[in-house]
Ligand binder design. Structure first.
Ligand SMILES: Nc1nc2c(c(=O)[nH]1)N[C@H]1C(S)=C(S)[C@@H](COP(=O)(O)O)O[C@H]1N2
Ligand SMILES: [Mo]
Length: 349
């Protein structure tokens, strides 16, 4: 048996990660100076139990169920030999930002107290799920697709699994075997995982072992007890700065960087406030903005007085959804999309 500190296999240095039990959150300053993608060495990990080590030479992905005419099994080699697609997609935990229900709204929500670091954007390569479903003769009356993880059962709920409606499964979902050009790392789902663009992280089931396709609605603890009624992710923003970062007083404006994202579509505007929300300035976007990933932005600021400040960033997406200053309580602490008050210290020289 492994102990609690070995639930994740990759190194978790303190300057890149904050560990929460069997999961680990990225520190946002770790994205400073990075490119569009989150490098694997700092991509957050959310495990219900612990990372399994799976032998790809004996592994198979089994597709079965009443919604398929010809159930199939695919080996790792077969999967890799099929036509592949590459997507740049964010994976974000539904509970990202949960800590701020308590910190900003004084109504702490139970569960992992994530700051804003339970998100990452990677370049995923794999086979479109739709292609595998077609190979297995998906029937027109198929209703739900249930991916099942090979990691150890979670408490008395069995293997991690969450039904996905057939429409989403046949749309843009990937069965990924590569992350940022490398073989999928064990912590992120080796040999293969789902990548479900725009949806809560739990939809992107890691360590895939089987996929059931049904002709009636399916239930699992992961769409009833946990994560009921959550599908797309809301709008959020983060500064690429340490919590309580120290910034120098400066005549030359400092350039502060951040990123904003939404599971519903593109970000159309980002505004930043340095005075607690009295005045807002539009941030400038730079680089790429892919619809299922994030928008990098920057803003200049010349702080003149030392002291403690709260930096605030708010984004609006193409559906018109915008970040408010507060949001209603959520029983599970999901989808914290209010503006986060990021504390910093301005210091002399
Ligand atoms: N099999 C399995 N898949 C899983 C999980 C898990 O514990 N087991 N965690 C889910 C959750 S809650 C999230 S947010 C994402 C996190 O993906 P990552 O660890 O690659 O960042 O994986 C999802 N897929
Ligand atoms: Mo999650």
């Amino acid at each position: 048996m492994r102990n609690a500190t070995a639930t994740i296999l990759k190194p978790l240095p303190d300057h890149l990660f904050k560990v929460h039990g069997e999961s680990a959150e990225m520190r946002w300053e770790a994205m400073s100076g990075q490119g569009y993608h989150t490098p694997i060495d700092r991509f957050f990990v959310r495990n219900h139990t612990y990372t399994p080590l799976i032998d790809a030479t004996t592994w198979h992905l089994r597709l079965h169920g009443a919604g398929l005419r010809c159930p199939r099994e695919f080996s790792y080699e077969e999967l890799r030999a099929m036509p592949s697609r590459t997507y740049d997609v964010a994976i974000e935990c539904a509970g990202n930002g949960r800590r701020f229900y308590g910190r900003q709204q004084h109504e702490a929500a139970p569960g992992t107290q994530w700051g804003l670091g339970a998100i990452g954007v990677a370049r995923w390569r794999g086979v479109p799920l739709k292609h595998l479903l077609k190979e297995a003769g998906v029937r027109p009356d198929a209703v739900d697709v249930l991916p099942v993880g090979l990691d150890a059962p979670f408490e008395d709920h069995g293997h991690v699994r969450r039904p996905l409606p057939i429409d989403k499964a046949m749309d843009d979902v990937l069965v990924a075997y590569e992350m940022n050009g490398e073989r999928l790392p064990p912590d992120h789902g080796f040999p293969a995982r789902l990548v479900v663009p725009g949806w809560v992280g739990i939809a992107s089931v890691k360590w895939l072992g089987e996929i059931e396709v049904s002709t009636s609605k399916l239930l699992s603890p992961w769409n009833t007890v946990f994560y009921p009624d959550v599908t797309t992710q809301p709008v959020k923003s983060a500064f690429e700065l340490a919590w309580n970062a120290r910034l120098p007083i400066s005549r030359v404006p400092l350039v502060l960087h951040g990123r904003s994202w939404s599971g519903r579509g593109r970000i159309v505007r980002v505004e930043v406030s340095f005075d607690g929300g009295l005045t807002w300035r539009e941030a400038e976007s730079h680089g790429r903005h892919l619809v299922s990933a994030w928008l990098p932005w920057h803003v200049t600021w010349a702080p003149r007085r030392p002291g403690r400040y709260f930096l605030m960033a708010r984004a609006t997406d193409e559906t018109g959804a915008a970040q408010a200053l507060t949001i209603p309580r959520h029983p599970f602490g999901y989808h914290f999309d209010a503006v986060v008050q990021h504390p910093i210290e301005v210091v002399i020289g």
